[in-house]
Design a protein around this ligand. Sequence first.
Ligand code: B16
Ligand code: MG
Length: 216
Amino acid sequence: MNKMKGIIYDLDGVIVDTAQYHYLGWKKLADHIHVEFDEKKNEKLKGLSRRDSLLAMLGRVPDEEQIKKWCEMKNRFYLEFIRKLDVSVILPGAADFLETVRKNGSWKQALASSSRNARLILKKLGIERFFDAVVDGTEVERAKPDPRIFLKAALKLQLQPDQVVVVEDAESGIRAAQAAGMKTIGIGRPDLLSRANLVVKDLSCISLATLEGLFR
Ligand code: B16
Ligand code: MG
């Protein structure tokens, strides 16, 4: 049996804080098409795919052509906002944690993000070198809470689900990881992520010993 273990990270809300730019992109689209939208409504979009976010924002299902057009428009706005992205969006403890795990050598690391822009963001921030595998929103048909994104990441790491812990900030992501048979660490509010094996504020609050403890 393979002794290696794996960590699969979500991107937005775990490693980087790009949520503010997603919000600004949706807000610009909402203003453009005269739909009411604010930060409170935006909370419900957290972790959803681009298409699901649009439908949640509208509260209805327009025809496919319209969906495509508005998704593309939101993405253009989003890309404008992240054009000058810099390392200040990396969340507390994330870079150090990725580095520590990498150096330790007995863990493989993967990224599993619903974002179709995930690779671009990793590249812009110079952090793609930490990951042995990446699965992004272009590679999966079904968004979280469907477990397939995490199963695909584990497959790329050549690990079984029970050798893997998933780090997620969205409830849909925790559900997806559990459906995949993986351990879970929630990043954020314990009341919202109570399903997770462990909930912490950010990656500065955990160590390799914390990870090992989950497998004992
Ligand atoms: P894009 P994650 C998710 O990233 C974001 O949390 C979510 O707000 C966004 O709608 C989704 O990616 C799709 O992003 O429009 O760039 O494809 O949390 O799964 O890393
Ligand atoms: Mg997230």
